[in-house]
Design a protein around this ligand. Structure first.
Ligand SMILES: C[S@@+](CC[C@H](N)C(=O)[O-])C[C@H]1O[C@@H](n2cnc3c(N)ncnc32)[C@H](O)[C@@H]1O
Length: 241
């Protein structure tokens, strides 16, 4: 045992001394993707296939299934109840408008966060600045809804200083990026309670939303259960346990 750990330490020191990263750096992104692809496949393998709504495995992507998942969550978890709905990644307001239409409780509140100027980093084929709403907020006249313009990293801390909502929460995380997702989850962690729901829109990108959730769940010893998933886990809803 001692021999093995000394060997490992020497090998690691040799790695640093030889600056082995110079040769191995080109493999870094691929290895990271492979690692999180394996983790995600393990994660999917552990989920109950008979969760209320789960289309795994079906061929093809159907955009409207996202709304089926919203409906499923809304009807089964919050029917007739007021909610605090947070959307991280609003763009032109397609999904937040769905929730505003669906939940008419007078004491529900809807908070939408976005730069409205597009992604702050490259994301796959999308470049920094893509998915811009041209700096314009969605046209919403419902007084229960507020938008916060800017990076989450700038707007969310100030918002949370005065936030004391008591309604059950829905966090709709549709910001694509690892950095944005991890920041949101860690910031919202002190406000999450049993029964609150997390919905991810790009959960199947192993090194982005999934990686952020996986890292967050490990660091916070998060207890949760799968509520539903559509488009082979692209959109995934989890309930905090
Ligand atoms: C896929 S779009 C959201 C789609 C939207 N939910 C809809 O219904 O169409 C992703 C959005 O996340 C936003 N975003 C990503 N990271 C962000 C960050 N750190 N701060 C603010 N906005 C961010 C981008 O500006 C972009 O509008």
């Amino acid at each position: 045992m001692v021999f093995v750990s000394v060997f490992k330490r020497n090998l690691k020191e040799l790695f640093f001394r030889m600056r082995a990263h110079q040769v191995l750096v080109p493999l870094n992104a691929s290895l990271l993707k492979l690692h999180y692809l394996i983790r995600q496949s393990q994660w999917i393998g552990k989920q109950k296939r008979d969760a209320g709504l789960n289309d795994f495995y079906t061929r093809g992507y159907v955009f409207s299934k996202m709304f089926d998942l919203f409906k499923f969550v809304s009807e089964n978890e919050f029917k007739g109840r007021a909610i605090d709905y947070f959307e991280f990644g609003v763009f032109r307001g397609n999904s937040i408008k769905w929730w505003l239409e669906d939940n008419k409780q007078a004491h529900s509140y809807f908070y939408g966060f976005d730069t409205f100027k597009g992604l702050p980093e490259d994301f796959g084929e999308f470049k920094k600045g893509d998915l811009s709403a041209d700096d314009r907020l969605p046209e919403v006249s419902d007084l229960r809804c507020r938008f916060y313009k800017g990076l989450f990293q700038q707007t969310l801390p100030g918002f949370l200083k005065s936030y004391s909502g008591k309604n059950p929460k829905v966090l709709h995380i549709d910001c694509d990026l690892y950095s944005s997702t991890l920041f949101v989850l860690c910031s919202m962690a002190p406000f999450l309670h049993k029964g609150d729901v997390l919905i991810f829109d790009e959960f199947v990108t192993p090194t982005q939303e999934f990686k952020a959730f996986d890292d967050f769940a490990s660091a916070y010893y998060l207890k949760y259960e799968l509520l539903g998933a559509v488009n082979n886990y692209q959109q995934t809803a989890l309930k905090i346990g």
